[in-house]
Design a binder for this molecule. Sequence first.
Ligand code: ATP
Ligand code: SF4
Ligand code: MG
Length: 330
Amino acid sequence: MTLLEVRNLDVTYPSGAAAVRGVDLLLAAGQKLGIAGESGCGKSTLALALLRLLPTGTRVGGEVLLDGEDILTMRWGQVRAVRWAGASIVFQGAMHSLNPVHRVGDQISEPVLLHRKATPAAAKQQAGELLEHVGLPVARAAAYPHELSGGQRQRVMIAMALACAPRLIIADEPTTALDVMIQAQILRLIEQLVAEQNLGLIMISHDLAVLADTCDRLAVMYAGRVVEEGPAREVHEGARHPYAKALSAAFPRIGDRASRFTPRGLAGDPPDPAALPSGCAFHPRCPVALDSCAVDDQALRVAGPGRRAACVHVSATVPGPTTEDARNGT
Ligand SMILES: Nc1ncnc2c1ncn2[C@@H]1O[C@H](COP(=O)(O)OP(=O)(O)OP(=O)(O)O)[C@@H](O)[C@H]1O
Ligand code: SF4
Ligand SMILES: [Mg+2]
């Protein structure tokens, strides 16, 4: 059953930055959706928009349906209830946002006390259980954040996100600041929790390889748009959109020796969302752009079973574009 449906979501900051443009997403309970893209492509803005956490004055259009109810038109009382019991965000850089002067156990029990109306003893017990659930001993409840490692603090943040039993977890770069071993442990923990509790997960990262390894489906964003979307491994290993291809090449599979010889990265910078290029926003950097790409924007179209991509070269039957196609003007 559909847990979250995002329809035609637009976000424009008061500065005029069109950070999210016409994004559609679908997520079922128990499903893991990865959102990838370069810095500044709108990933965090999208996450914040889902729970109406954007600064005042930001223009937001479209629909964000959680269990069929539009969060964007809810009264604030309902939005607050959704934030506690419906959906939780593990924020980008959240490891540093724990309160340094409170013991971590108290920080986990606080939402349980406030929003689940538990007694202090019951909330304390639940905090202990949550810590155990994320692989920390109950005794660590008495620790202050500075007494924990980065990985342990991230586990605490995940325990806090789980405290009110949400149905949807949005994890914005949950492992970026961690070393590779700890990153793998946290990713497996998130996967295990999603499976056990039938949660929906939206995981945001610039690292396509990590998302392909963890998620069922993958959406690649460029300049506020989803430019490719489909089964995670298929998108990572056989991207159809030229930007998604370049991103895949920049984040090759671990252990893939051939990938070391693949050109890495992309020339140029992502565009300023307050002054986007005309036509397809990727055209100034695209190795296979046609003259028409400077004029015509492309909507997402079917690019194979369960796959969509937004590029003039893409159709359901024809493989993705090559540089030769562009030279030939096809
Ligand atoms: N509060 C804000 N006011 C104005 N513009 C903003 C604000 N927050 C973000 N932006 C702009 O919106 C665009 C998208 O930013 P966002 O933080 O969503 O990107 P991101 O994909 O999460 O990047 P990163 O990978 O670096 O976290 C950027 O151009 C950014 O400068
Ligand atoms: S539409 Fe044109 S510019 Fe955009 S990705 Fe496709 S070929 Fe490149
Ligand atoms: Mg971000």
